[in-house]
Design a protein around this ligand. Structure first.
Ligand code: TGC
Length: 406
């Protein structure tokens, strides 16, 4: 984490006039290093994502070429230390997620799946050999990872998973045989390595399955109305033979995958505010340019109310994300805090996106404008990494001490 002192005056001089939409001067809470990093990612989004995102979305393709660009940008496994990973702070990672999701949730999802899920699992729970083999290439975007937890019949309740790994032989050299199915797994069809969670005699364990392993099939899920510039797959494992070194030695039980979900949910709390900000900015621009009844839409009280309500939620949600990041950087972050921020920020971002679309009128239903694309994406974001209902119940359990799950 950068140690430079907070100096909003110097930062303003370096990065231009304060943003008029930053009413609460949130930028003044960021260090000059953080502002500089944010600007670098914002420039990347403007140059490499914005010009093509509507086309990628329309055609339903994930732009694989940006993996190496994102590696070079230093956002893959951004918060991880060593093994070629950038070792940046939690706040810096959050700012990057925000800027990338201002481009598209599918691009931020790629960064989350690669860094927060697959790389985090290997970094937290892998052997030294596994870390050396995969992390440097994954940080560079030269190898892609995925994280296979969810199953066709086990979404919110991963403890109901039916994918199994059983010993193939006996003794220390015994490998594993993997059988089962996973669903909604981001990047699986292009992954060089899958992190797969399976039930064993010893509880839930994690396994690394390299691309090309016999018996593994990953098929992208089609006909999606959301996350169209992104890949989610069905995977089947049919009598898949793995060596003994496929096991992630450090992870035992569901706390293994759940600790990785914490990382991804953290990034989402930031990213959703990026999508919301992009919607707000599109609506504000349109409202100032579009004349109806002889004056800009922005001159009507009803439009001003919409714009103000959007901005209020974006400012609140961004401050929430920043507090989350500061807690994470001070190693004081707790899962219920992540749940509160993920729940609030995605819920509010969807409302902002839908409200922004109303200002754009009929033009807002085309891919020429971002809000409806963001709104559709955010339906997925609201569902994955814990639905609204799951996060409400995690918070309910925290407040009452009573689990409503079982
Ligand atoms: P529970 O009994 O509460 O806990 C089991 C073990 O896990 C520990 N634990 C956690 N550890 C770290 N961080 C957390 N947030 C944790 N929450 C629980 C817990 O201490 C316990 O450890 P131990 O050592 O005692 O065994 O488990 P439960 O089954 O009752 O869980 C309840 C619940 C609902 C909170 C949990 O199931 C949950 O979070 N469900 C939502 C699952 C979810 O978010 N799924 C999305 C997965 S992401 C995905 O599949 C694809 S999206 C990305 C892509 O595009 O690929």
């Amino acid at each position: 984490m950068s140690n430079d002192a907070l100096d909003p005056v110097a930062a303003t001089a370096e990065y231009g006039l304060p943003d008029p939409s930053d009413i609460m001067a949130i930028d003044s809470l960021l260090t000059s290093d953080e502002l500089s990093l944010r600007q670098r990612i914002r420039d990347f989004t403007d140059q490499q994502i914005r010009p093509d995102i509507a086309d990628w979305y329309d055609r339903g393709i994930f732009p694989l070429h940006i993996a190496a660009q994102l590696g070079e940008l230093g956002v893959l496994g951004m918060h991880l230390e060593g093994y070629g990973c950038p070792g940046r702070s939690a706040v810096e990672y959050g700012l990057a997620a925000m800027e990338l999701e201002a481009g598209d949730s599918g691009i931020r999802t790629f960064v989350s799946v690669q860094g927060s899920l697959a790389m985090s699992a290997i970094h937290k729970w892998g052997s030294e050999d596994q870390k050396q083999e995969w992390l440097p290439r994954m940080a560079a975007g030269e190898a892609i990872g995925c994280f296979a937890l969810t199953e066709p019949s086990a979404g919110s309740d991963p403890s109901a998973m039916t994918t199994t790994a059983r010993r193939d032989g006996s003794g220390e050299d015994a490998g594993w045989i993997l059988d089962g199915a996973k669903r909604w797994i981001g990047l699986a069809s292009i992954a060089d390595v899958m992190v797969v969670w399976a039930r064993t005699d010893d509880g839930v364990r994690g396994f690394l399955v390299p691309a090309g392993t016999a018996g593994v099939t990953a098929i992208p899920i089609g006909r999606k109305l959301s996350m169209r510039a992104s890949i989610q797959c069905d995977i089947t494992f049919d009598d898949v033979r793995l060596g003994p070194d496929a096991l992630l030695p450090g992870a035992r039980g569901l706390s293994g995958p759940f600790s990785c979900l914490n990382e991804a949910r953290y990034g989402i709390a930031w990213g959703a505010m990026g999508a919301a900000r992009d919607c707000y900015e599109a609506a504000l621009k349109y409202a100032m340019e579009r004349l109806q009844f002889g004056r800009p839409l922005g001159g009507y009280q009803l439009t001003q109310e919409k714009l103000v309500n959007m901005l209020v939620e974006i400012q609140k949600g961004t401050m929430l994300a920043l507090q989350l990041g500061r807690l994470k950087d001070s190693r004081a972050l707790r899962p219920e805090q992540i749940s509160l921020a993920k729940l609030n920020n995605v819920r509010e971002a969807i409302k902002v996106a839908r409200e922004a679309r109303t200002i754009l009128g009929g033009n807002g239903i085309t891919l020429d404008y971002s809000p409806l694309r963001h709104a559709a994406n955010l339906e997925s974001v609201r569902t994955y990494e814990g639905t609204d209902e799951i996060h409400l119940l995690i918070l309910g359990q925290h407040l009452t001490g009573i689990s409503a799950f079982r």
